[in-house]
Write a protein that binds this ligand. Structure first.
Ligand SMILES: *Cc1c(COP(=O)(O)O)cnc(C)c1O
Length: 248
């Protein structure tokens, strides 16, 4: 596989287009493009694509299923060789999907950031997993932004009124580092009001925990709105890798 293979060229072009969208949105919002990190969500795509992306300069990749992510992280790290600087991984793995408690120990072994922490039992399980692995994980609290909880059911996320207690719980652990908040825009609605609510909630968490400065919001379809509303991390999949099969 060389940087010149057809798939690499395709990924390079898509990546450039996404980076241009981010730059334009930053310019329009009066924000520095360096203040917005791009996490390329590689779920359902093979480790070979992750390696291609790494060679194209991508440093942050996202996955949503432990079984796939664990295997890919192993394959990719072997393909990239040992990181040159021990403290600086060649790739940072972001876990962005709903996480079962019994998968927490596995995720804690390869993930650098978990975006989807939304309940006390998961905080406990991840903390234990991280400490057992001798690691410290960056954690974002996922918020359910749907006004009607019944609509949201099954997609994960803490209710806004639970955030403060969860933030305090994460901050009190030895294995986790509270970094901020994350949300997925409610389906079929204008994402802007939801992202504005997220920004307000992020501010509230930051008041008690000044280090929690990250806001993970925005995907392929709504990254401009997320940048406008202050997102620091965009999770972009299909706009870089192509559309996934319906069951992905
Ligand atoms: C798949 C996924 C994304 C990326 O979605 P695209 O629409 O492909 O950009 C972002 N966040 C989460 C939580 C996801 O599961």
């Amino acid at each position: 596989m060389s940087a010149a293979d057809a798939r690499s060229q395709e990924l390079a072009a898509a990546l450039a287009a996404v980076r241009q969208r981010i730059e334009r949105a930053c310019l329009a919002a009066g924000r520095a493009p360096e203040a917005v990190a791009l996490v390329v969500v590689t779920k359902t795509y093979p480790a070979a694509d992750v390696l291609r992306l790494a060679r194209l300069g991508v440093r942050d990749v996202g996955e949503n299923r432990d079984q796939d992510a664990a295997a890919k992280a192993l394959a990719v790290d072997a393909g990239l060789g040992a990181p040159t600087v021990a403290d600086e991984p060649a790739l940072r793995w972001h876990f962005v999907g709903q996480l079962q408690r019994n998968k927490a120990a596995s995720v804690a072994r390869y993930a650098h950031v978990v975006h989807s922490v939304d309940r006390a039992a998961l905080v406990q399980a991840l903390d234990r997993g991280a400490q057992d692995a001798g690691r410290r994980l960056d954690v974002l609290l996922q918020v359910d932004l749907d006004e009607d909880p019944a609509v949201h059911a099954g997609r994960g996320g803490a209710r806004p009124e639970q955030l403060t207690a969860l933030a305090d719980q994460v901050a009190a652990t030895a294995g986790l580092r509270l970094r901020g908040v994350m949300a997925v825009a409610p389906r079929g609605q204008d994402p802007r009001p939801a992202f504005e609510r997220l920004a307000a909630l992020a501010g509230r968490v930051r008041t008690a925990h000044p280090g929690a400065t990250w806001v993970s919001a925005g995907m392929s379809a709504d990254l401009e709105d997320a940048v406008t509303c202050g997102a620091t991390h965009l999770r972009v999949g299909s706009a870089v890798l192509g559309s996934r099969p319906p069951l992905g």
